[in-house]
Design a protein around this ligand. Structure first.
Ligand SMILES: [Cu+2]
Length: 141
């Protein structure tokens, strides 16, 4: 019986250790010279991971505009506010900064290495410079 509990406990520990926290900054200027941009254009994460977006520079937010089937778009976040989200459905997620989306301030999250909704994401029309950026980001998937 004791060994049974030890196995259960070690399983639970592994499960909780596997879920990671990822940080993405909202920036006016990135190290590579790009302006109005997130610190990562694309992140690949595991199911159950959480992303924390930090308002390192003022004037930005996070607005989800597309995701896999079953994902309900959350309300856009407040400008200058930290926002966190846990990802429970595999697939590609597209988010933008509401004031700077057409300047190319967009980001992709790929959960569980699942790119099955790639075509649907590619069809999303953000406008301006962002559409070209989205196409080039999706090319790598
Ligand atoms: Cu912005």
């Amino acid at each position: 019986m004791k060994i049974f509990f030890i196995i259960i406990l070690s399983f639970m520990q592994t499960f909780f250790l596997l879920a990671e926290d990822i940080s993405i900054d909202m920036l006016n200027k990135r190290d590579d010279g790009q302006r109005m941009v997130y610190s990562e254009d694309l992140v690949r994460i595991s199911l159950g991971d959480t992303i924390n977006w930090n308002p390192k520079d003022p004037g930005h937010n996070v607005e989800f505009v597309a995701g896999p089937d079953g994902f309900e778009l959350p309300a856009k976040s407040f400008i200058n506010r930290k926002v966190s989200m846990k990802f429970e459905i595999p697939g590609i997620y597209l988010y933008v900064c509401s004031p700077h989306s057409i300047m190319g301030m967009i980001g992709l999250v790929v959960v569980g290495d699942d790119a099955s909704n790639k075509t649907k994401i590619a069809d999303f029309d953000i406008g301006g410079k962002a559409n070209r950026k989205l196409k080039s980001l999706l090319k790598d998937l």
